[in-house]
Design a protein around this ligand. Structure first.
Ligand SMILES: [Zn+2]
Length: 345
């Protein structure tokens, strides 16, 4: 399995995020990807290569150009105001406010393009996020050229980022960018399966009214779990996309067997859909020891997950998402990829 990686993800290193009323060190930190890199190379999952460079065009296929322009200029705009710490939004245009007029004030713009206060924007955020998209696109290209599977090892993650908003540590939706690249390269249908603990609200928002991307997500029930405002079972798509969005919300603390029942349903749906390619939003914050999540998966379950995904027999792109038990994240990811390799051959 080809692994695409660059150590330059270190450019994005947030200082603090708000958590339960105080500023705490960011959970989403560079060491996450370092541990994954160490584990996948240690387990000899496959050759590692650096990403190719891509223009903005494939990213603009899923993100609004004005949002990308905002991200590109955000750090300069913020520091021009005399700020030196990370930019964190403080005001949001919720119901009743206008969304069609972009304010001139930077902090107002930041609130307009974000949905939480836990996603600091740093001096290297744009560079790292852009690199993450290049990594996903490079891995996608390997599969388009005939590879059975590839792993886009990047951070920050992407699945909470929507057409024109950031949040949940995410800025560019790498899985969505890759899925769209498959379609633009000639695929008729792509399935995205999101196995991160948190609902992939950004990916759902991007493809909600489309039938050429089947989006499914297995996650903590949004009634109690982040991102709270999306991810319910009755969100099944809209217009031509009706029936092509499927959520499997599970109560916090659900058993591993309950989780695998949901996975079985998702795999069955993927088989019925018969996509040309499969994109896995791979979060391992489903781990029993994750500090911000409440499922109970562990090494044997990650191996089993990888094997079941391989059993679908599809060209498969793994895109890295969440996972915050930093020391164990590498082993957990390697287990999924080993399980896939053991079955796929
Ligand atoms: Zn997550």
């Amino acid at each position: 399995m080809d692994i695409i990686y660059s150590p330059d993800h270190h450019a994005h290193r947030g200082e603090f995020e708000f958590y339960r009323g105080e500023l705490v060190p960011c959970f989403e930190k560079p060491e996450r990807a370092d541990f994954i890199f160490k584990a996948v190379t240690g387990h000899q999952i496959g050759p590692v290569s650096a990403p190719d460079s891509f223009p903005l065009a494939p990213i603009e296929r899923v993100h609004a150009p004005r949002y990308l322009r905002f991200l590109e200029r955000a750090w300069d705009s913020w520091t021009a105001l005399g700020n030196t710490h990370d930019a964190i939004p403080a005001v949001w245009p919720i119901r009743g406010f206008r969304h069609d007029v972009e304010p001139d004030n930077f902090i107002a713009q930041l609130g307009m393009y974000s949905f939480d206060s836990g996603t600091p924007f740093t001096s290297g955020t744009w560079r790292a996020a852009r690199l993450g998209a290049d990594i996903a696109l490079t891995a996608q290209r390997r599969i388009a050229q005939g590879a059975r599977a590839a792993f886009a090892l990047s951070r920050p993650p992407g699945h909470h980022a929507g057409p024109d908003f950031l949040g949940g540590y995410c800025f560019i939706n790498n899985a969505a960018v890759a899925a769209q690249a498959f379609l633009d390269g000639g695929a008729s249908r792509v399935a995205i399966l999101d196995v991160d603990y948190h609902h992939g609200n950004g990916t759902q928002s991007i493809f909600y009214d489309r039938a050429d991307v089947l989006f499914q997500s297995i996650h903590g029930d949004p009634k109690t779990e982040y991102p709270f405002y999306l991810g319910h079972a009755d969100e099944t798509g809209a217009g031509p996309g009706l029936g092509f969005n499927q959520n499997y919300p599970l109560a916090a603390g659900s058993s591993n067997e309950q989780w695998f029942v949901a996975l079985d349903s998702a795999c069955k749906r993927i088989r019925d859909y018969a996509p040309d390619a499969l994109v896995i939003s791979l979060g391992v914050d489903t781990y029993v020891g994750d500090p911000i999540s409440k499922f109970r998966l562990d090494a044997p379950e990650y191996l089993r997950l990888g094997g079941q995904l391989a059993g679908l027999g599809l060209p498969t792109l793994f895109v890295m998402e969440g996972g915050y038990a930093v020391e164990e994240i590498g082993v957990n990811v390697a287990q999924v990829l080993r399980g896939f390799r053991d079955v796929a051959g």
